[in-house]
Design a protein around this ligand. Structure first.
Ligand code: GLA
Length: 409
């Protein structure tokens, strides 16, 4: 009898030992796509404590925090060296008071702080990477009061992506402070197929550049314009959802495209339930830029609680027609004009009876439902949809611009 008891206890212990020691990622940090700002698109490595503080002030003064933008993310090139025990330090010239002081300032404004590292030996900007220091780095970020980590993929020869991202996810969990994990390996290893439990968002594309519709080719890598990001990201909608988002990269609104291109860029990121990480200098922006990034009706499309990425349903007359199902049986409907000319379209609602077979199963049912039509850029009600098969309205969509509606019952 005693022997049997011993055997039962021991086999229980072996079963426990055989269980994989896999931690869960931090939950409920990404029930809707993350919103914030990052240093990279505007400043690259030319960053400092003063810039971060100034941006935090501008976030609050401009009402961006109230509009939902939460994170201030310090991207590459904040690093100093590792200390004698291997703990990473900040660049003492750029951040003379250390990272904790920056975090405290950002938190005092009701905002959160993001930081950046890389799974390889060095970051893309040549700073120390996290390889071999994952748990130490996670502890350091938690001590500093960091809330968000973007984890990049340069200098990773011989590193396995699934293993590397699971490792940093486990390390962040073990460090005890809820930290958002933004995965950035540009879609190379198809993270949408394996990373739902690992990270909160994953980049689907190479780096964006501030251009509406062209590739920028360098030896060894290529950057995507807005249209290239949209096209590729659209093919992955079935993989995104509450807690894990496709990330077609940070916004370039306010960095040099025309106002209509910026409006189209922002709208399409919202239609695709993408992270909204601003990339312009918030301390100094035009009214046009402010109006775009502060459009609360459009932000609500991005942040909708149904959490479904919209899709490119069809093309007609050179225009793209996009639909996004929303909570409460509403729909967002956007006509995107990617061409160089303005186009006028005669809209018959009955041409758009569709069902989202891929994700939500929801249908527009324009044959039996009448929706109110709210213009998301003029903020005006524009009548209702029609049950009859007829041209209901003429819509002019400017070159490289959108017309976008919220349809509600
Ligand atoms: C990579 C990332 C960018 C940015 C830079 C920083 O290219 O994809 O978003 O973080 O590194 O060096």
């Amino acid at each position: 009898m005693k022997n049997l008891k011993t055997i039962v206890i021991m086999s229980g212990m072996f079963a426990l030992m055989a269980m994989p020691l896999k931690a869960q990622k931090w939950e409920h940090l990404a029930d809707t796509p993350q919103m914030g700002w990052s240093t990279w698109n505007k400043f690259q490595g030319n960053i400092s404590e003063d810039i971060i503080k100034g941006i935090a002030d501008a976030m609050v003064e401009n009402g961006l925090r109230e509009a939902g933008y939460t994170y201030i993310n310090i991207d590459d090139c904040w690093h100093g060296q590792r200390d004698g025990n291997g703990f990473i330090q900040v660049d003492p010239v750029k951040f003379p008071n250390g990272m904790k002081a920056v975090a405290d300032y950002v938190h005092s404004k009701g905002l959160k702080l993001g930081i950046y590292s890389d799974a390889g030996t060095a970051t893309c900007g040549g700073m120390p990477g996290s390889l071999g220091h994952e748990y130490q780095d996670a502890i350091q970020y938690a001590r500093w009061g960091v809330d968000y980590l973007k984890y990049d993929w340069c200098n990773t020869t011989n590193v396995n992506p699934q293993g590397a991202y699971q490792l940093i996810s486990d390390a962040l969990r073990a460090a005890g402070r809820p930290i958002f994990l933004s995965m950035c390996e540009w879609g190379n290893s198809r993270p949408w197929k394996w990373a739902r439990e690992v990270g909160h968002s994953w980049r689907t594309t190479p780096d964006i550049w501030c251009d509406f519709d062209s590739l920028r080719v360098f030896p060894g890598y290529t950057q995507f314009g807005v249209m290239q990001c949209i096209q590729f990201n659209d093919s992955l909608r079935q993989y995104a959802g509450k807690g894990y988002w496709n990330d077609p990269d940070m916004l370039e609104v306010g960095n040099g495209m025309t106002e209509n291109e910026d409006r189209a860029h922002f709208t399409m990121w919202c239609m695709m339930a993408s992270p909204l990480i601003l990339g312009n200098d918030l301390r100094n922006m035009s009214d046009a830029t402010r109006n775009i990034i502060m459009n609360k009706d459009m932000i609500a499309i991005d942040q909708d609680t149904l959490g479904v990425q919209g899709w490119h349903y069809c093309d007609k007359d050179g225009l793209q027609f996009w639909f996004k199902p929303l909570a409460g049986n509403d729909w967002a409907f956007t006509i995107l004009n990617p061409t160089r000319s303005d186009i006028t379209y005669e809209l018959n609602w009955q041409d758009f009876n569709l069902t989202d077979q891929q994700v939500s199963g929801l249908s527009t049912d324009f044959g039996s439902k009448v929706y109110k039509v709210f213009n998301l850029w003029t903020h005006k009600q524009e009548g209702k949809t029609s049950l009859k098969s007829k041209v209901d309205r003429k819509i002019t969509v400017k070159s490289r611009d959108v017309v976008s509606y919220r349809l509600s019952l």
